[in-house]
Design a protein around this ligand. Structure first.
Ligand code: 13P
Length: 335
């Protein structure tokens, strides 16, 4: 399949992405918080629950998986990637290998994963993946992000993206400006603008085709310690302003991460962007992990008997985000 066909499928109207690619450490943290046993079977069962939710392909066009899920089976003994392909959902794969302390630049983190990337991409492609993800993180403080972090993360994202395009996978380029801290909206705007300029300059330098990537940015928000939260309209304005300054119109789509926002905030903010700007230069949608999964995982609690209830909750959340991606969501639709 050509890269442009893959992006078209991922960006079809009223659809977004589910990030179900938490590393072992991250999913275990989520399980632990809910008293769910941290086992491989529970990771499989949770991901089976998400992908086999009835009619989820009405709202979700792609699911980003963690490496182990590529080889795991649904309850009906079908390989999860194969099942997704059968129901018309593109298979994505997290290819970075997580963040590590950036030596000499503590407390900043740098993303690892270029080692043997070409071979891994070929394998993922053979296992059914059509797109990939790499996440870089940026901390906001009086001394961060440092210039070196801006330069190095952008270089890594560009090298990863080029490798994906050469291997026939659409790269999701994910520079996440973290919400941790007590910074204001103006600081988040300034930092995000700098981050995105570095990223697009490097994508250009490394000859990555902007037509064949998806951008997965964070929204422009104050630090999570700030009590007074902006309205969805204010967030939409600040976020769109920065994206217009930095993202070439050749980029087909921008699928936001949720970054620790509540489920309803993430939905309302996306909706406000589509209402303020009904025809933006790029398709706008979602690629949420927590904002799609939190309530459903809580309802499941690791118990097979709760599978159907959790699927209903997940399906409803996906539907509300589908509506938000079209500017059609209303808070009164929340149950
Ligand atoms: P959240 O939506 O929970 O921020 O996760 C998105 C993601 O894929 C992080 O890499």
């Amino acid at each position: 399949m050509s890269l442009s066909t893959i992006t078209e499928k991922l960006l079809r109207q009223g659809h977004g992405l589910l990030a179900a690619d938490e590393s072992l450490q991250t999913i275990h943290k989520r399980f632990a918080a809910l008293g769910i046993e941290q086992t491989e079977e529970n990771r499989r069962a949770w991901r089976d629950l998400l992908v086999t939710t009835p009619n989820i392909s009405e709202f979700i066009s792609g699911v980003i998986l963690y490496e182990e899920t590529l080889e795991q089976l649904t309850d009906e003994n079908i390989r999860i990637p194969e099942f997704l392909t059968q129901v018309g959902i593109e298979v994505g794969i997290k290819v970075d290998q997580g963040t590590k302390p950036f030596s000499g630049h503590s407390p900043e983190l740098i993303t690892e994963g270029l080692d043997k990337l070409n071979e891994r991409l070929t394998r993922y492609h053979d296992l059914g993946a059509t797109f990939a993800k790499w996440r870089a993180v940026y901390m906001i403080s009086s001394t961060t992000p440092s210039d070196v972090t801006l330069i190095e993360n952008a270089r890594l994202l560009a090298r990863y993206a080029l490798a994906c395009q050469e291997a026939g996978l659409v790269p999701i380029v994910e520079p996440e400006v973290l919400m941790d801290g007590d910074h204001d909206v103006a600081t988040c705007s300034q930092v995000t603008e700098k981050v995105l300029h570095h990223v697009f300059e490097n994508l250009h330098l490394y000859h990555v085709a902007p037509e064949n990537i998806l951008l997965k940015p964070s929204m422009i928000l104050p630090g999570k310690n700030i009590k007074l939260r902006p309205t969805p309209e204010a967030t939409a304005h600040s976020t769109l302003n920065i994206l217009r300054r930095c993202v070439p119109v050749a980029v087909p789509g921008i699928c936001f991460l949720s970054g620790g926002q509540s489920e309803t905030d993430a939905t309302a903010n996306l909706n406000a962007m589509k209402q303020i700007s009904p025809n933006p230069p790029w398709k706008l949608s979602f690629s949420y992990a927590r904002a799609l999964q939190n309530s459903a995982m809580k309802a499941w609690g690791g118990h097979p008997k709760n599978k159907q209830l959790a699927q209903t909750i997940f399906s409803n959340r996906a539907k509300l985000n589908s509506l938000a991606s079209q500017g059609l969501y209303k808070p009164s639709m929340e149950i």
